[in-house]
Design a protein around this ligand. Structure first.
Ligand code: 5AD
Ligand code: SF4
Length: 482
């Protein structure tokens, strides 16, 4: 679960190397000495807690951050009353920011009890200059702030924090670097996220992501394949290929490659049983990709295809580059070609200028596509995005009832769609013991729906055929086949 790197060849008595990853390997070793000294002084190991806000990209980044901390000699802890606490933040909607500010108050109270505690913030929210300014001014107990482009530098920054006075702030506006070969601590032994690209070039008019995660950069296919082979050798059976817009993978590589071709190559890896990916932009979803999904049984029967709005007028203002008819045609084609494909989506309610008629168009798409599930969001104004400057912002009292209506419709359809496989036998990857009933285990089907069935810890990480006996709306109850 923890990929350690060999630091034996690192000479920490010389000047730090300038190239990466050698420089970080040097600082991991230096940090380790500091951690050892402190742990001798305290008479116990030093603990580190990494808390993740936001999406799967951030979860993956947190595994890398924790890997660096373990390599430097920290002990991992879930408890925020730790010697080192790091919040990996999200800023996609304002409520994500508000949650972090709220939790910082709690961290401050912990630090008052234990002044030796070190508090760090990183991730998307830190790429916003106004946030960093606020932290410098009003949250002076924070020791370290860094962004999304330099997470690989944690060892160096924390070393500075321990050896310099005052808040250490290191934010990069952009980067074209992809630093490979750093340690990572995986949350699950049997499944893992794998970055295939970073950043986003789409500039949907509501979205802050391109500003905080920078321009699109694809990883070299060989790096991706080698990482997956290593993961499989370490017991991983399912990978989730991660990118803001995986369908445009490879366009910027010196030797361009399509996402469909990458999938074909990943699928050839022996021992890898399941492939997922996130997120697909409808505008770039090719026929070649539909064919690969249809023909490759390792590719899971789940496609997340963000709609955002069903109104062609609003989609245009959102800069989504497809209209209602094109989206419906695409969803229809996928459902025809791969009838057991589960479709899920993201929808924003209350984008500037959205009228009742526009909203009805969204409901209409929801009713036609019949999603397995949908994440629904109230539009949140993000400073610096084109939509924030649009004049006709929709008042909350209009948005809220629309949101409630949408949610009700999504849930009604989803409970009908999700129950359709009762009586069938499907393979589940067991992820853990059921949190409510210790006699059951919880598994994930290829279509991303969960099933609970009698089992024990020895089933965790195994792919097991399960008879789906009863639908509970959003999940099934089942039993193992002998
Ligand atoms: N307001 C509300 N929802 C947003 N999303 C992205 N930006 C915003 C915003 N400003 C949603 C989109 C995206 C998901 C990750 O978050 O639906 O697909
Ligand atoms: Fe949040 Fe977007 Fe950053 Fe993910 S990429 S953590 S959703 S702001």
């Amino acid at each position: 679960m923890y990929t350690k790197i060999n630091l034996d060849k690192t000479d920490i008595n010389s000047e730090p190397p300038t190239g990466e990853p050698a420089r970080q390997q040097y600082f991991m070793e230096r940090l380790k000495r500091v951690v050892e000294e402190k742990s001798q002084e305290y008479g116990r190991p030093l603990t580190a807690c990494v808390q993740t806000f936001g999406c799967q990209m951030n979860a993956k980044d947190s595994e890398k951050l924790l890997g660096i901390l373990l390599q430097a000699g920290f002990t991992a802890s879930e408890d925020e009353a730790s010697d080192f606490v790091l919040y990996n933040t999200c800023t996609v909607r304002d409520n994500a920011n508000q949650r972090v500010y709220g939790r910082l108050g709690y961290l401050n109270s912990l630090k008052q009890k234990n002044p030796r505690m070190t508090i760090a913030l990183c991730g998307c929210m830190m790429q916003e200059p106004s946030v960093v300014e606020k932290i410098r001014k009003s949250y002076r107990f924070v020791d370290l702030v860094f962004g999304t482009h330099n997470i690989f530098r944690l060892a160096e920054l924390l070393y500075r924090c321990y050896t310099e006075k005052g808040m250490v702030v290191d934010i990069w506006e952009k980067t074209d670097q992809i630093v490979e070969e750093l340690p990572a601590r995986r949350k699950y032994p049997f499944k893992s996220g794998v970055n295939i690209m970073y950043g986003c070039n789409n500039f949907c008019s509501y979205c802050i992501v391109p500003y905080v995660r920078g321009r699109e950069r694809s990883r070299e296919p060989e790096e991706i394949l080698t990482e997956i082979r290593t993961l499989v050798a370490d017991g991983v059976v399912e990978v989730m290929l991660l990118g803001q817009n995986v369908n445009s993978y490879g366009k910027t590589l010196a030797e361009p490659m399509t996402f469909a071709e990458l999938l074909r190559q990943v699928a050839k890896i022996d021992g890898l049983e399941r492939i997922r990916f996130m997120t697909s932009h409808p505008k770039d979803l090719s026929d070649e990709l539909i064919e690969v999904m249809r023909d490759c049984p390792k590719i899971c029967r789940h496609l997340h295809l963000p709609l955002q709005s069903g109104s062609s007028r609003i989609l245009k203002k959102m800069n989504r580059v497809y209209d209602k008819e094109q989206y419906l045609a695409l969803a229809g084609k996928i459902q025809r070609e791969i009838p057991d494909m589960s479709l899920t989506t993201d929808i924003i309610v209350g984008f500037p200028g959205e009228t009742e008629e526009d909203f009805e168009e969204t409901l209409d798409v929801v009713r036609q596509v019949r999603y397995d599930s949908a994440f629904t969001f109230i539009y949140s104004k993000r400073t610096g995005t084109p939509a924030a400057a649009m004049e006709d912002q929709v008042p909350e009292e209009v948005v809220k009832p629309r949101f409630d209506r949408l949610l009700k419709e999504v849930q009604r359809i989803s409970s009908e769609v999700c129950g359709k496989d009762v009586g069938k036998t499907m393979t589940a990857l067991v992820e853990g013991v059921d949190t409510h009933d210790g006699r059951l285990v919880t598994g994930r089907l290829s279509n991303n729906i969960m099933v609970h069935f009698p089992g024990d810890v020895s089933d965790i990480g195994r792919l097991i055929p399960v008879l789906l006996m009863e639908s509970k709306g959003f999940y099934y109850m089942g039993r193992k086949l002998p």
